[in-house]
Design a protein around this ligand. Structure first.
Ligand code: AR6
Length: 171
């Protein structure tokens, strides 16, 4: 399994699944969540409504992940995960690590080969990019045998500064 780090927009990545830094409602928001819903179209919102009604009527808790088809995106699947909201006092880095663990496990469950992640929690939810990179790195290395079915885990960072932070941790 290769770890790659690129600066760019996650909505245009040529991978099998992208991970969304969602909120518990699963019904869209700002940041990367808003960008993914805009690019994927109304179909993604419909899938999210169904997912929520079927499996998460009280919302997806922080640290959990669940997937839907990807609407108009180049990817086949969107894996939605909810970071801990540091600004609201959710400061446990294990919950952040759980976002990466559960999203990777969902990618394996879906049988996909290439999955792309944004810097979950590093925007509205207030985490330092280095804390996010450390959480992701810990899950990838501590449980590496679980992720062997994957060919590529790509981190797609919205700025060169955040990409540099991820490169320092991962490579
Ligand atoms: N591609 C890649 N990364 C992006 C993109 C993009 N198109 N757009 C933004 N980012 P955030 P969070 C980066 O705030 O902190 C939403 O409203 C961004 O620069 O999207 O987990 C949800 O609905 C930052 O580095 O996610 C929740 O309410 C990173 O993605 C809440 O925000 C994550 O920033 C979740 O907050």
């Amino acid at each position: 399994m290769r770890i790659t780090i690129v600066e760019g927009d996650i909505t245009i990545q040529d991978v099998d699944a992208i991970v969304n830094a969602a909120n518990s409602s699963l019904l869209g928001g700002g940041g990367v969540d808003g960008a993914i819903h805009r690019a994927a179209g109304e179909e993604l919102l419909e899938h999210c409504r169904e997912l929520r009604a079927r499996d998460w009527p009280e919302g997806l808790p922080p640290g959990r992940a669940a997937s839907t088809p990807a609407g108009r995106l180049p990817a086949d699947h969107v894996i939605h995960t909810v970071g801990p909201n540091r600004r609201a006092g959710q400061t446990d880095p294990d919950v952040l690590a759980s976002c990466f663990r559960e999203s990777l496990a969902e990618a394996v469950r879906l049988g996909v080969r290439r999955v792309a992640f944004p810097a979950i929690g590093a925007g509205v939810y207030g985490w330092d990019a280095d804390d996010v990179a450390a959480a992701a790195h810990q899950v990838l290395t501590d449980e590496s045998s679980r992720w062997e079915p994957l060919d590529e885990v790509r981190f797609v960072l919205f700025s060169e500064a955040v990409a540099a932070v991820f490169r320092r941790r991962m490579l």
